[in-house]
Design a protein around this ligand. Structure first.
Ligand SMILES: *Cc1c(COP(=O)(O)O)cnc(C)c1O
Length: 356
């Protein structure tokens, strides 16, 4: 038997989540965000379930080329645009769209000899202060791009900093509406949080990422209550059992000490698989279909589960680290982070198994 850890990728869950976005934003086109190897799911594993999306978005040219190689024919947007002029030829050859967020990118594009149209998403910095033209530069950038007919396919784009928080979007949306109204072009604003919470942001294109994979963008609303289904199930098995007597400890640092006789299951999953080391004793985990808790420190290849209430568990019993019964968001919360980080950190050594 080979090491029993894997991620199950549930393609039907992905299709279901796409369906939720269609219901919520019936008049918008859906650009599914698949950067970072589809948030750690494996781009090849999710692509067959993304046929219902209208476009895909990635962070760089290499990710886009991989999608073309896998046969995706609809639009692909480079969310950070180009980094150097020599990427432009590939963008043209593979029919990619690019975000333009900085004056240097405008100059690169205007200096290039474009042999075919290159669709551009011109980005307004509406308050997040990460990427985008400030309002006073934005109109000038659009005017410059319009001088080159090959760059005339323009979409207006901006991004919210607090669509998932109490602060909301209204301050940014005011800036956006004030400046976007000057131009006749289509608009794209909504990440998952805005898509699910603010229908006024839907416009022509929505850009869901995390919710596509069935995790919640909100710290206080569960994915299940948003009707989202988890796409990734991190699963493994018990590979050893220890019976601890009171006073005995388990794992590095001996940080968890039994105060009554305790059956401990050793699970083949550790931080080198992408499980967060910061998740301390008490993090939820499922063994043999029953929910229990982790004990002690997570090590590189293993962690420990409390089997006190699961007498039937034995070597070989199935374990779910996250998935349906244990939302990735709960594990993330226990580790002081967000579901995004755990999904993206799924290690290469954990093989993907497709559930079609
Ligand atoms: C990553 C990203 C998204 C998707 O965000 P989620 O919170 O995962 O839905 C949307 N737009 C841009 C510009 C992004 O970088």
């Amino acid at each position: 038997m080979t090491r029993p850890i894997s991620v199950l990728i549930d393609q039907n869950a992905l299709r279901h989540n796409l369906g939720i976005f269609r219901q919520r934003a019936p008049h918008s086109q859906i650009m599914a965000v698949v950067k970072a190897n589809a948030y750690g799911h494996g781009i090849g594993s999710v692509l067959p379930a993304l046929g219902g999306a209208d476009a895909l978005a990635v962070a760089c040219l290499e990710e886009a080329l991989q999608l073309r190689q896998l046969g995706w024919r609809k639009p692909i947007l480079l969310l950070e645009g180009i980094f150097e002029p020599r990427e432009i030829a590939d963008c043209i050859a593979h029919n990619l769209s690019v975000v333009v967020h900085h004056q240097e990118q405008v100059q690169m594009l205007l200096a290039a000899r474009l042999t075919a149209p290159l669709p551009v998403f011109v980005k307004l910095n509406s308050g997040m202060n990460r990427l985008g033209f400030n309002p006073n530069e934005y109109h000038h950038a659009i005017a410059s791009l319009r001088t080159q007919p090959m760059l005339a396919g323009i979409t207006q784009i901006s991004h919210f900093a607090t669509a998932d928080e109490a602060a909301g979007i209204s301050a940014q949306l005011q800036v956006i509406d004030r400046h976007f109204a000057d131009h006749p072009y289509p608009v794209s604003l909504a990440n998952s949080a805005a898509l699910l919470r603010y229908s006024e942001t839907h416009r022509q294109w929505v850009r869901p990422g995390i919710a596509l994979y069935g995790a919640s963008p909100f710290s206080d609303i569960s994915a299940a209550s948003l009707q989202l289904k988890p796409v990734m199930h991190l699963q493994s098995r018990i590979i050893a059992i220890q019976n601890l007597q009171p006073g005995q400890a388990v794992g590095y640092g001996m940080s968890w000490v039994a105060n009554h006789p305790t059956r401990v299951g050793i699970v083949a999953c550790g931080y080198a698989d992408g499980y967060p080391r910061h998740a301390g004793t008490g993090t939820p985990i499922q063994v043999n279909g029953q929910r229990t808790r982790t004990l002690g420190r997570v090590s590189m290849d293993m962690l420990c589960a409390d089997l006190s209430e699961i007498p039937l568990a034995q070597v070989g019993s199935p374990v779910t680290l996250w998935g349906e019964a244990v939302p990735v968001d709960t594990v993330a919360q226990a580790a002081g982070t967000i579901g995004y980080e755990l999904l993206c950190a799924r290690a290469q050594r954990v093989p993907e198994i497709l559930l079609e």
